[in-house]
Ligand binder design. Structure first.
Ligand code: NAI
Ligand code: MG
Length: 354
């Protein structure tokens, strides 16, 4: 089992180190190979996604990724910014399905920004389409407006687009995932205003005909944003486009207490995947040894389950995380009165021990 390890920038290196410790204690035949990505790769090689890193990722059975980015790269031209590495990996590996489970651990119901009764037992799965939509649509750019409200003025534009096959494949992923859960899918769109998302709604509805055992409903994204903080447990599987999914999954993250708890998987049609925490490189806390490594450790568990067929090992990691939380250990992002504050390393060590 070849795993490409790409720690990246900021807290990326700190949290990936903890996930590696956890993988090593499982005593499975992993081949771990590390490479630079993001700002770290730019500093070393002048490019955020060097060829060698991309080749390593392509040759591996799975990629374990930390995070990339730092404010100090904000002035770089877009193609050299650290974030381009993750977009490049998604594109080259064809990672179109992003799984973001939002699970509220019983010990953390009080860390949520919502009332404990609204999040107790929360276990929803947001499936975000990852390679289409306005994030990739062409044309895009800046120009002088020839029409609109201010002809002659400088303007910028992006293009929202989805093709039928792109929507069909993510819809299949969502219905299949729902079959393993409570068999309910909510497709989130903005069909009332956007043609792209009327098409999305139509195609998802067509694909649904092949899954009569799964319940489908549709919701506008503004209402979905509202329902997520009003009654999040009403959802089970949520499937949506790239931009709405980006925003809603961060919103859902907060329901669980901390973005430091949220793993993610990005899969292609061969179930090869890139596994990373849902958060970024957190430059504000990088190097301080306080970042929560659990999102990354749980991402490694998802990797074992989805790409490496090691569901038992994944379960062992998930139970260890629960045990450590039950024992009262907390990094500062999830700390509350009466629990024990620990750093990144102590948290990783505790999971290893558990
Ligand atoms: P962020 O997720 O890095 O941080 C947001 C807030 O959450 C910060 O206050 C941070 O300290 C906190 N936080 C994040 N992860 C944490 C953890 N494990 N434990 C404790 N606290 C944690 O998002 P932000 O600040 O918007 O972006 C920072 C950089 O990360 C930017 O350069 C951005 O582009 C990049 N980024 C990279 C991503 C990736 O590599 N996939 C995803 C999102 C952002
Ligand atoms: Mg985001």
């Amino acid at each position: 089992m070849k795993i490409a390890v790409l720690p990246g920038d900021g807290i990326g290196t700190e949290i990936v180190a903890e996930a590696i410790k956890v993988l090593k204690v499982l005593d499975l035949p992993f081949e771990l190979e590390e490479a630079k990505v993001g700002g770290a790769a730019y500093e070393a090689d002048g490019h955020p996604l060097p060829d060698a890193t991309l080749k390593l990722a392509q040759a591996a059975d799975a990629v374990l990724f930390g995070a990339v980015g730092d404010w100090k790269y904000d002035k770089l031209e877009r193609s050299l910014r650290p974030e381009q590495a993750i977009l490049g990996l998604r594109k080259h590996l064809g990672l179109f399905a992003n799984f973001r489970p939002a699970i509220c651990y019983p010990e953390l119901t009080h860390a949520s920004s919502l009332k404990p009764e609204l999040v107790a037992g929360l276990d929803i799965l947001i499936i975000r389409e990852l390679t289409g939509d306005i994030y990739f649509g062409q044309p895009r750019g800046r120009r002088v407006a020839v029409d609109g409200h201010f002809p002659g003025a400088e303007e910028a534009f992006d293009t929202m687009r989805y093709s039928r096959p792109e929507i069909e494949r993510i819809a299949h992923v969502a219905f299949q995932a729902a079959r393993k859960r409570s068999k309910r899918v909510t497709s989130v769109d903005k069909a009332n205003v956007l043609e792209t998302f009327q098409f999305w709604k139509d195609v998802v509805t067509e694909v649904h005909a092949q899954y009569p055992d799964v319940e489908l409903d549709h919701m506008y994204v503004d209402n979905a944003a509202m329902q997520l903080v009003k009654a999040p447990k009403k959802f089970d599987v949520v499937v949506t486009g790239n931009m709405f999914g980006d925003i809603l999954s961060d919103e859902a993250a907060m329901l669980t207490g901390s973005i430091g708890m949220l793993p993610s998987a990005s899969l292609n049609s061969a179930n090869k995947g890139l596994y990373e925490p849902s958060h970024g490189s957190a430059p504000d806390i990088a190097g301080k040894g306080v970042a929560n490594p659990l999102a990354t450790i749980l991402s490694a568990a998802m990797m074992l389950k989805f790409s490496l067929q090691q569901a038992d090992a994944a379960d062992r990691i998930e139970s260890a995380v629960s045990a450590v939380l039950a024992a009262g250990l907390r990094t500062p992002d999830i700390w509350s009165e009466g629990t024990q504050k620990v750093g990144t390393r102590e948290m990783g060590d505790a999971v290893v021990a558990a």
